[in-house]
Design a protein around this ligand. Sequence first.
Ligand SMILES: Nc1ncnc2c1ncn2[C@@H]1O[C@H](COP(=O)(O)OP(=O)(O)OP(=O)(O)O)[C@@H](O)[C@H]1O
Ligand SMILES: Cc1ncc(CO)c(N)n1
Ligand SMILES: [Mg+2]
Length: 552
Amino acid sequence: MASTLFFQPFVLSSPTPLVSFSPIRAILPGCLSPRRRSVSLSTTAMADKPTSAMGTKLPHVLTVAGSDSGGGAGIQADIKACGAMGVYCSSVITAVTAQNTVGVQGVHPVPEKFIEKQLESVLSDMDVDVVKTGMLPSLGVIKVLCESLKRFPVKALVVDPVMVSTSGDTLSAPSTLSGYRDELFRMADIVTPNLKEASALLGGMQLQAVSDMSLAAKSIHKFGPKNVLVKGGDLSGSTEAVDIFFDGETLYELRGSRVQTRNTHGTGCTLASCIAAELAKGHPMLQAVKAAKAFLESALHYSKDIAMGSGPQGPFDHLFRLKSSPYNVEPRLKFNPDDLFLYAVTDSGMNRKWGRPMTDAVEAAIKGGATIIQLREKEMKTQEFIQTAKACMEVCQPHKIPLLINDRVDVALACNADGVHVGQSDMQAHTVRALLGPGKIIGVSCKTVAQAEKAWMDGADYIGCGGVFPTNTKKDNITIGLEGLKEICLASKLPVVAIGGIGIGNANLVMEIGMKNLKGVAVVSALFDKENVEGEARKLRSVLERVFCSVS
Ligand SMILES: Nc1ncnc2c1ncn2[C@@H]1O[C@H](COP(=O)(O)OP(=O)(O)OP(=O)(O)O)[C@@H](O)[C@H]1O
Ligand SMILES: Cc1ncc(CO)c(N)n1
Ligand SMILES: [Mg+2]
């Protein structure tokens, strides 16, 4: 088995915006060729188009693919996947297939000239950010597409080299192999072959284990794409769904749990479309791939018992979020790891003791210098918790301070909080991510290196690490000490906030361990078990600032 490499260079060095539904065209950070970036439609180009320049810019994916009459794969999957990710999707149809859960009964290619016409219609007019390709039935279609992309450059190209359906039916002519290898791959930001496609691209190489997939990813990279994702959905005998990502330097083994279901028709199309959608929003490549995989796992899980058709492979429901989380709207605040600097965690028992409403306590903490608030209420009834959270949101919003909810994803959705913090026995972070969407902040409490690694894989934004010192807030909590904190910081690819028994007297010791990704301290009693919350926050903040200035 290939060794697992989990480098995530972008996380610590430059906090990237989680979502950029910017009214102006966002530039994709670090994932695009300078060649295309330099020629892509710029704000200047937009200025030539008064209609689109004056309105809101939607992130836009164009899919160039075949129609699946069964609605589970192809164009239909692509449009639903982009819709589910909150991205506009236009479509150039390359072929019409007669398809169902049994297999492909017929293929009717669209004439190349008419594909060219569709491409020109959309690309010349509609501000496409990312092109995603699926079924390209002939070499001629690939050539037409390459020419169109040269005429109308876009910010990113995602190539899913669809060749054979899972039912075994051929969807592209053998001559397309050379078109992919010699022409289209060179223009691609990522290519996403499954096992059979990777094998075909590499002249029949056998792919039976993860180590073979790693070799294949490296070989396919030589054809010229910037990144390669070899998908392991069809890897037999695995309890996990393992994909291999290669960016030309580092191999990443992306593992998810394998959902036990027959409803996997269109997973490949969906994955590639979700990647394209995340790129269109402005996310970097690896983050886009991880978000796509997390979405897919949730969609498969949600759809695992759907019964449709009599064949071996059924479709799944891309739009499950519409049913599961009506409040799933895009976030207001982008996560900035520096927000972890002075992290205030509430405790209504303490605030009651000092006779102040939660909103006053939160306001005072913010005025004293708190940079993020977490509502941690273990006893409160749901309705009261939601009301309190909504009221606290109103306190936080004018100060642009993010508000997170401890454990209760439902409460976070109900009040449209900025995110959720979960512990090890709460809902898993990847499920939280699927429910909250890509733009919300997710934190996970971690006591071990393995937990920190899982948090990163699950798509969390930061980890809370502790208890650093013994604390009365959490009885029987294991104390990891400064050494434990240091070990986890060293291993973590995510920013870290230290927690547990921290206050004015010892915050300096914590920050002085000198870890670059240790971004701040989280406190409960040090602020809220005091009479003057604002004053205590101010003192703590000045301790932190002093250390920050001396170590940086
Ligand atoms: N049962 C499953 N549970 C979880 N993830 C899965 C499952 N099956 C496939 N995947 C994931 O779905 C993505 C698509 O992989 P897959 O290898 O199935 O692509 P594909 O064969 O091109 O799909 P298609 O069925 O559209 O042809 C990968 O990220 C893979 O790990
Ligand atoms: C149209 C179409 N595109 C792609 C696939 C691969 O899933 C399929 N089965 N049908
Ligand atoms: Mg498959």
